[in-house]
Design a binder for this molecule. Structure first.
Ligand SMILES: [Zn+2]
Length: 414
């Protein structure tokens, strides 16, 4: 048994009431101005004011003690939406976009999501693993201790399984906790362009059951958007996934208000993502259904688009989480501190709301709330030391990661 005591820390954490935080609750953070954490075998046994933790604690019980010298401590970040398993960057495409080239022209020159599919096709599993691991470790250094990673650059059974097995390896061979998501419905492959319903059937009849058999994905996600998958097709796939026992996510109403957020509410999905064009009515329905809005401000930044209405969503009682959306196309960013700053500065979230959005609500969005997302007894001792006095530094110290140490299960990992 390893018992570690961290004392004299200024600790900030959401408190988990057993459901994602919404409305006013999302702005509530517990502060221990001189706090302590007692961790046993990587899990938090006690946390609170230092005098309460030290009182009655016998010195022989503790194996390791650290005086934190008043440093600011917060929970490790949870990034609930990434596509960071990919084989090739698309930097040239980003430059073309900046130079004003229309998307169709970029596609003609071999860009877009299908170029990522080709790259996954051409890469060995080892190459794909090395690329993914590099990015996962970069995310860890910036404070991400739990991450969701999607497949979706395969679009056929073998390549999707190849991606998911790489994602499983990231889980085994890095300190990160990884939540794997199957996203075969990320785009319609070229050969199905004229008959997309056949591809929907392929996902339902072949891919989902096979992925389920192998037990290598927990969530099923889909890109519901004009020209990709319709609301009806999305409903069909998500219902089939639910029947097999998958948890559900949906990329909804990113560009057009198709009604993806309404479908999210109807199916009571765990989370819906993007939501830039979603209607107030559907967003409120999502809040009532208990679905979490996962907002991706670095994507708006990279595409020079308006930001999702994070402030309004919180006011409308929708629980809000933040995620990087790290991917080679629309948003190459694995930094939670960066999206935290965007959430505060460009979506008018408060510091407290952004902290909840990148920890506890993010944990709920990937079904890890019982393990991570807040610093409370029974949860993992996953925490970060920041360079400032309070979590405000994450937005204030712009362009810096602000994260000086990363601890996972009470071990320093970065
Ligand atoms: Zn995405």
């Amino acid at each position: 048994m390893t018992v570690k005591l961290y004392r004299n820390a200024r600790i900030f954490t959401p408190l988990d009431p057993g459901h994602p935080l919404r409305g006013k609750e999302q702005g509530e953070i517990k502060e221990y101005s001189r706090g302590a954490i007692l961790a046993v075998n990587g899990l938090i046994e006690k946390i609170g004011d230092e005098k309460d933790i030290l009182g009655g604690l016998s010195a022989s019980y503790v194996n390791e003690e650290r005086d934190m010298e008043g440093v600011c401590v917060i929970p490790g970040f949870v990034d609930p939406h990434t596509h960071l398993c990919f084989a090739k960057r698309r930097e040239d495409e980003f430059k073309m976009r900046l130079d004003g080239l229309p998307y169709l022209e970029i596609l003609k020159r071999g860009g877009g999501i299908l170029s990522s599919v080709k790259a996954v096709q051409n890469a060995t599993e080892e190459q794909l693993f090395c690329n993914t691991k590099k990015l996962a470790m970069a995310a860890l250094e910036k404070g991400t201790t739990t991450v969701e990673i999607k497949s979706g650059y395969g679009l056929d059974l073998d390549l999707e399984l190849k991606m998911l097995s790489v994602i499983q390896r990231i889980s085994r061979e890095t300190p990160l906790d990884v939540v794997p998501t199957f996203m075969g419905a990320h785009a319609v492959p070229t050969e199905y362009k004229e008959r997309p319903d056949d591809f929907v059937d392929l996902i339902i009849n072949e891919m989902l059951p096979k992925v389920k058999d192998q037990g290598i994905a927990e969530f099923c996600d889909i890109f519901c958007e004009e020209g990709v998958f319709s609301v009806d097709q999305s409903r069909k796939i998500l219902k089939a996934a639910k029947a097999l026992g998958f948890e559900l996510k949906i990329h909804a109403d990113e560009v057009h208000d198709l009604g993806g957020a309404g479908l999210a509410a109807e199916l009571k999905v765990r989370s819906a993502e993007h939501l830039l064009a979603a209607s107030e009515e559907n967003l409120r329905a999502m809040g009532r259904a208990g679905s979490i809005a996962v907002l991706l401000p670095a994507t708006a930044y990279s595409l020079k688009k308006p930001y999702a209405r994070g402030r309004d969503m919180i006011d409308w009682e929708v629980p809000v989480a933040l995620a990087t959306d790290c991917n080679p196309g629309s948003c190459f960013c694995e930094s939670v501190p960066f999206i935290f700053g965007l959430g505060v500065m460009n979506m008018n979230m408060t510091i407290e709301e952004a902290l909840v959005a990148s920890t506890l609500n993010a944990a709920y969005a990937i079904n890890r709330q019982h393990k991570v997302g807040s610093l409370e007894p029974g949860k993992q001792a996953d925490f970060l030391l920041l360079d400032g006095e309070t979590p405000t530094t994450l937005a204030y110290h712009a362009g810096s990661t602000s994260v000086v140490e990363v601890h996972k299960l009470a071990e320093r990992v970065a």
